[in-house]
Design a protein around this ligand. Structure first.
Ligand SMILES: *Cc1c(COP(=O)(O)O)cnc(C)c1O
Length: 353
């Protein structure tokens, strides 16, 4: 599809890399494309970054028809820019779209518009250690009526934000509170879809944990409140004895691309990895008897986030004496090494622009 380009007449100054943070600054342009039933996707454009104007009855504002993705472009030492497994994000976005009755985007078209947009904005990819250009594709239902039904009109957009290093002061293990009141998702619901509504539903528990001095919550399943699901907006892994355990994708868990990459790296290095149900009782015993050796969250933003402390029903357990463990560090080094092009990509994950 041809993308119509309108260049900004007021290019912004690029922020200093020490002030970046996460999602505070945006590039000069954004990608927008429209959909209507019967017509398909049309009107692909790169336009100056700016506010949207939508109808007050627009579906997204009332019924939450919204999905998104998150991935990064990385600047290598030689100046080239590359992306990490973007096709996985496209496939997941289409799976989310299917769940929310939003239109899917053919993979070729989605890859084309994503790469053309990132190429167009690639000067915005910062180059300091640990920084990257965060890409946020998203889609929302945009019917101009209050009738409740599957979406007939939708808008797909991509915005981009230069982001700072997640670990400015070195990797510090985080404190996690196991949530036993709210649940994030249930089987049959939207847990496996990357949709805004899941985030809206998790905010209350996250807020409560923060007030108590914890950085995230560990979610239990919504039916029995017994099985470990995810930590905040990251997937979670545990080294118990010599087995690396991560919750199986039962439908209420977001299938993370970092999770998938961790599993592939671990298996390639000969570790025993199990995707299975892990109950809070099994985890508690492993914490009591010392067989829980390491725990970490994994997701695009932080890559790997070591867990140094877990709190369950006011009982506090230290993990690996609050230090980052060997396997956690290895995963961090391997994934960030491939993403920033410091080590060879033997998996075929990198797409160079
Ligand atoms: C995005 C997300 C993840 C991590 O997925 P990645 O593809 O690794 O970034 C995990 N859990 C939730 C709820 C998410 O929204």
């Amino acid at each position: 599809m041809e993308i119509k380009i309108t260049k900004t007449t007021a290019p912004k100054e690029k922020p200093d890399s020490s002030t970046l943070g996460f999602g505070k600054f945006f590039t000069d342009h954004m990608f927008v494309m429209q959909y209507s039933r019967g017509k398909g996707w049309y009107d692909a454009q790169i336009i100056p970054f700016g506010n949207l104007s939508i109808h007050p009855a627009s579906t997204v504002l009332h019924y939450g028809s919204e999905i998104f993705e998150g991935l990064k472009a990385y600047r290598r030492k030689d100046g080239k820019v590359q992306m990490f497994r973007p096709i996985e994000n496209i496939r997941r976005m289409n799976a989310s779209a299917e769940r929310l009755c939003l239109p899917q985007i053919p993979e070729d078209l989605a890859m084309q518009v994503l790469t053309e947009f990132v190429k167009f904005e690639q000067d915005w990819t910062p180059s300091s250690e640990g920084t990257s250009l965060y890409l946020r594709p998203f889609m929302f239902g945009n019917d101009e009526t209050l009738g409740v039904h599957a979406v007939h009109n939708a808008t797909f957009m991509i915005i981009a934000s230069p982001v700072g290093s997640y670990y400015k002061e070195g990797i510090n293990p985080v404190k996690i509170m196991i949530e036993d009141q709210d649940v994030r998702a249930v089987r049959g619901g939207t847990g496996y879809a990357k949709c805004g509504g899941n985030y809206a539903a998790s905010n209350r528990a996250g807020e409560r944990a923060e007030q108590k001095g914890y950085s995230q919550v560990l979610w239990l399943d919504g039916v029995e409140r017994k099985y470990i699901e995810e930590v905040g907006a990251m997937n979670v892994m545990f080294l118990i004895g010599d087995e690396i355990v991560t919750p199986a994708l039962t439908g209420s868990i977001l299938p993370g691309i970092t999770r998938k990459s961790c599993i592939e790296v671990l298996k390639s290095k000969g570790y025993k990895v199990s995707e299975r149900l892990l109950s809070i009782d099994e985890l508690s015993s492993a914490m009591e008897d010392g067989t829980l050796k390491e725990a970490w969250g994994c997701g695009t933003a932080a890559v790997i986030s070591p867990i140094g402390q877990l709190c369950y029903k006011d009982k506090i357990y230290a993990v690996n004496n609050g230090q980052i463990g060997e396997v956690t560090q290895m995963l961090y080094d391997t994934l960030t090494g491939i993403q920033w092009g410091k080590i060879e990509d033997r998996f075929g994950w990198i797409l160079e622009l």
